[in-house]
Ligand binder design. Structure first.
Ligand SMILES: [Zn+2]
Length: 319
């Protein structure tokens, strides 16, 4: 099951006060409720592709409103051919329920739409966001390429209400217009975690955090490895250059012609070709310091440069 699917499944098990249950149902119907005629009677269908959400709608309607919904399953015609579940209530019962939930005008056909805006108690704000997420929400798997949570809305006022509620919780939500509606979305991992907590998806939240922390650790390890590699490359490049210089001198004039302190540095380098100056100094028994070695290798380079210069660069060191 996708992360979004798991999150929704968890949300459908949240237990809530009656005021919050009503608010959640109101949001779900506003998003997904459609009046139409089926088998020559007018009905309200509340549709969802998520089976857990379907069960939630069924339970909330039956428990809170004394209606007896039917469940109708059909295959979606286009795209992935998922199942679509419709929780179906006869129009006459539906209208009664909608009025009790705050709708003042009810369409005869098509999308139910939102009731007039109501001031929500703070407990109910969470329930409203939960309902909107169950009806129109999705969230990327935290292990994926980018963090993204969104709620798609049919109408601007729905998007506005979700945006304003989310931002009352300090979530930095944004809104965009899409071809068939409006989308309110979150892009910051931290804010997605907060949203999951607000709507009561605590298991999903923990899973999201686990993956996020793991990802953060992996990035940090990669940074350290890259840094280490860069330093190693620098050490190796320096050692290779020193070895080339030593070889050139040896070929042209012989290492034995060098002053003793330079010969010592050259021999040390040949014995320990891949270590840095710090370690090379250690290998000298700390008799020569790191900066002392640095100085000696610079001298050797000068000698090599001189030798290269004397033959016009014809026989310059092999690359
Ligand atoms: Zn409430």
């Amino acid at each position: 099951m996708s992360f979004a699917g798991q999150t929704k499944k968890e949300l459908t098990l949240v237990e809530d006060a009656p005021c919050c249950q009503q608010t959640e149902v109101r949001a779900i119907i506003a998003w997904n409720g459609v009046f139409h005629v089926a088998e020559s009677r007018r009905v309200l269908d509340v549709e969802t592709e998520n089976v857990a959400t379907a069960r939630r709608i069924y339970t909330l309607l039956k428990g809170g409103f004394d209606v007896h919904p039917e469940v109708v399953v059909r295959k979606k015609m286009r795209l992935k051919k998922n199942n679509v579940y419709a929780i179906r209530v006869p129009a006459i019962h539906a209208e009664h329920t909608l009025r009790s939930l705050g709708w003042t005008s009810i369409p005869t056909a098509g999308q139910v739409g939102s009731p007039p805006a109501q001031r929500l108690k703070s407990c109910c704000r969470r329930a409203y966001l939960r309902g909107a997420f169950l009806a129109g929400g999705s969230v990327n798997d935290p292990g994926g390429a980018s963090y993204h949570l969104e709620i798609s809305c049919n109408a601007r006022e729905q998007a506005d209400s979700v945006l304003s509620l989310m931002n009352q919780f300090g979530l930095h939500a944004k809104q965009i217009r899409r071809k068939n509606g409006f989308v309110v979305y979150l892009k910051e991992g931290e804010k997605i975690v907060e949203f999951l907590s607000i709507i009561g998806a605590h298991q999903a939240l923990l899973k999201f955090e686990d993956v996020r922390i793991l990802k953060g650790m992996r990035n940090q390890v990669n940074r350290l490895v890259n840094c280490e590699t860069a330093n190693m490359n620098k050490t190796i490049a320096a050692a290779v250059r020193q070895l080339e210089v030593i070889q050139l001198i040896d070929e042209r004039i012989g290492l034995s012609t060098l002053p003793a302190h330079l010969r010592e540095a050259a021999e040390l380098r040949m014995r320990y070709p891949e270590v840095n100056l710090q370690e090379l100094s250690l290998q000298s028994g700390n008799r020569v310091s790191k900066s002392g070695l640095n100085h000696r290798f610079r001298k050797l380079e000068e000698i090599a440069d001189g030798l290269r210069g004397s033959d016009g660069g014809k026989l310059s060191s092999r690359a």
